[in-house]
Design a protein around this ligand. Structure first.
Ligand SMILES: [Zn+2]
Length: 283
């Protein structure tokens, strides 16, 4: 897909170079305390400053540098997130409301989220309590391995749009309502509600692609097919996250491949939010 040279979002929190940060910060804090103690005990300020500078260098060295490929991936994610912001800002404004833009956290290995710790194995997800989308590098590698460097582009864009779709559901109160309802029904119905919520996020990703294509004409031959293979081949946020401080393994499915393709296309072709009542059709 065409993405170079477009606006990049400011809402990406890049934690990828921070793998050593936790230890470094700990060392830093302890280092400062030691420096303070030394200072009050009559240490030489010049020597102390020198020590502080060394401390900073150690901290920087702990940060793993990003490869050129990683840098490019970061820019790509920022452009796609900006595209999502453009589309949803407009849709919300047209409806007389205001869209609150979500943050997107890029990480490598492991990170903390408002929904508990996330690792590469978690896969991408949206955390409603901090309103952030979490994505790890390993996931991008997986997509690129599956779909090729070029093919992976729109597949990644689609997954971002799906997660942003969950954010839209959160803003509209849909996910809250569904979770409440799930407490009152039997397990089978509760699962169906989850599927409907997932399919609606696919639909919303389709709505995004509809307007993105209309205004920027970024899609190339085969892009939609790539997105749809991603929808079915990669269990996007395959873990359901709840604001309980830990990860709850996903007991639900995301719907069949056919269902996901159907709803994405329905959003893509219509661009009409009113056509996204997956609950009516799935239940
Ligand atoms: Zn999802």
């Amino acid at each position: 897909m065409q993405w170079q040279g477009r606006r990049e979002s400011d809402n990406v929190e890049d934690r990828r170079g921070m793998s050593g940060k936790k230890i470094a910060l700990g060392g830093g804090a302890i280092g400062i305390i030691i420096l303070l103690v030394q200072f009050f005990m009559g240490g030489d300020p010049a020597q102390l400053l020198n020590q502080a500078a060394q401390q900073v260098n150690v901290n920087q060295a702990a940060d793993a540098p990003l490869s050129a490929e990683d840098e490019e991936m970061g820019r790509f994610v920022k452009v796609i997130l900006a595209d999502n912001e453009d589309v949803w800002n407009k849709i919300f404004a047209d409806a007389g409301s205001q869209y609150a833009e979500p943050k997107l956290v890029l990480f490598r290995g492991e990170t903390e989220s408002g929904c508990g710790s996330a690792s590469a194995a978690t896969g991408p997800f949206y955390c409603p309590s901090d309103q952030k989308v979490y994505m790890d590098l390993a996931f991008f590698d997986e997509l690129k391995n599956r779909f090729g460097a070029q093919g992976g582009d729109f597949a990644i864009a689609y997954v971002i749009a799906h997660e942003v779709g969950h954010h839209v559901q959160n803003l509209l109160g849909t996910s809250g309502e569904v979770h409440e309802k799930q407490q009152q029904v039997d397990e089978k119905t509760a699962n169906k509600l989850s599927v409907a919520l997932e399919l609606q996020a696919d639909f919303l990703a389709g709505v995004w692609a509809h307007y993105d294509q209309k205004t920027k004409n970024v899609l190339e031959e085969g892009d939609i097919e790539e997105a749809l293979s991603a929808a079915t081949a990669v269990g996007d946020d395959h873990l359901q996250k709840q604001a309980q401080g830990y990860v709850v393994p996903d007991a639900f499915t995301h719907g069949t491949s056919e269902q996901r393709v159907y709803w994405f296309k329905r959003g893509f072709e219509s661009g009409d939010l009113k056509k996204g009542n997956t609950f009516e059709e799935v239940l």
